[in-house]
Design a protein around this ligand. Structure first.
Ligand code: ZN
Ligand code: ZN
Length: 354
């Protein structure tokens, strides 16, 4: 048993209504019964919820089909219930209200945005930087060329020769225009001047009034010791210049580290593989192995198995954040001789029998 009203009737639509008509109808109901406009009116709240539920179903082709064939019971059978709370409607339909009202609440709530400033922030830029394994380990300084929007020198970024401006005729200099929407007046940013309220009277020839020009600039990137492949460095303020007093964007530098022929980095540890002969592994020996800072002699204990790992403490990479060094991990691989001289063969046979 259900006492719910027909969804089409709630929105005042025919069964053939298309999505555009459904949206339009719901928009009007949302305006009429919006809780911001009908505070402490439980009836309006119920109507708002009812219209929202109808919209939720009719705007979704799958739900609409179920409703058309089986009615309310069909949807309930599939676990669909309307909205219990108004907040849930805003959570589900937030972007629709954004669409409807262009980000401006028609009810004067805190959701409205303020326009009117000419200042525009410059955009961020991206660049990539290839460095060697050693450069990543010890840090380096690199110069890269970037193409960016830089502040115009001719007009000091003002975009104007003299600094004179003319007021925007469309908005009368306020940067805002008002539309009537049903009973409401909605303020939006002026489409002509984009909220600036004025135009430059005598644009700078260099930058055509933009206040910035496209330039190639060399930027020095300080790569800290310990960076890893795919890390991103941020150079604050090295992005595009802002306009009309807006701040500059940032430059993001993506680090690509070339692999090393001997070392492999795992976190802050460096791993390597060192071969020793069967005989060296059996009787023990001392060998020289490369480290990040030159060769070091290590001891191979008597009876070392293939795959044994020797750890050199604090011989890895300094962590890029903490500076704490990882270890060097040396994996010993015992090699078996492939070609033996007669004498060697005899010795091994004697050893085997012993
Ligand atoms: Zn200029
Ligand atoms: Zn204007």
């Amino acid at each position: 048993m259900t006492t719910k009203r027909d969804y089409y009737a709630i929105l005042g639509l025919s069964r053939e209504a298309d999505l555009g008509q459904i949206k339009k109808a719901y928009r009007q109901k949302a305006l009429d019964f919006h809780p911001d406009r009908n505070q402490h009116d439980p009836q309006a709240e119920e109507k708002f919820k009812e219209a929202s539920e109808a919209y939720e179903v009719l705007s979704d082709p799958q739900k609409r089909q179920i409703y058309d064939q089986l009615g309310h019971a069909g949807l309930e059978g599939r676990g669909f219930h309307g909205f219990d709370r108004v907040d849930d409607i805003f959570a589900s339909f937030g972007d629709i209200f954004e669409d409807f009202f262009g980000g401006f609440s028609p009810f004067g709530s805190s959701r409205s945005r303020r326009g009117g400033s000419r200042a525009r922030h410059g955009g961020d830029l991206e660049a990539s930087l290839n460095i060697s394994f050693e450069e990543a380990v010890f840090g380096t300084k690199k110069e890269i060329d970037i193409h960016k929007e830089a502040s115009c020198e001719a007009c000091s970024g003002k975009g104007s020769k003299s600094g004179r401006t003319n007021a925007c005729a469309t908005c009368g200099g306020s940067g805002q225009v008002a539309h009537s929407q049903g009973f409401f007046m909605i303020q939006t940013t002026c489409p002509r001047c984009h909220g600036a309220g004025e135009f430059i009277a005598d644009p700078c020839d260099e930058c055509r009034g933009q206040g910035r020009v496209r330039k190639k600039k060399m930027v020095t990137v300080k790569v800290p010791a310990g960076v890893e492949d795919a890390m991103r460095l941020v150079l604050r303020g090295e992005g595009n210049a802002g306009m009309q007093g807006g701040g500059s964007g940032d430059l993001y530098v993506f680090i690509r580290v070339a692999p090393h022929s001997f070392f492999e980095r795992k976190g802050d540890d460096v791993h390597c593989t060192v071969p020793v002969s069967m005989v060296q592994a059996a009787i023990g020996t001392k060998i020289k192995v490369p480290t990040l800072e030159g060769e070091e002699e290590i001891k191979i204990e008597e009876g070392t198995d293939s795959g044994h790992e020797i750890r050199l403490k604090r011989k890895g990479v300094a962590n890029v954040h903490s500076g704490r060094r990882g270890d060097q991990v040396i994996k010993i691989v015992v090699t078996t001789p492939k070609k033996l001289s007669k004498k060697q063969r005899q010795l091994l046979e004697d050893f085997s029998k012993s």
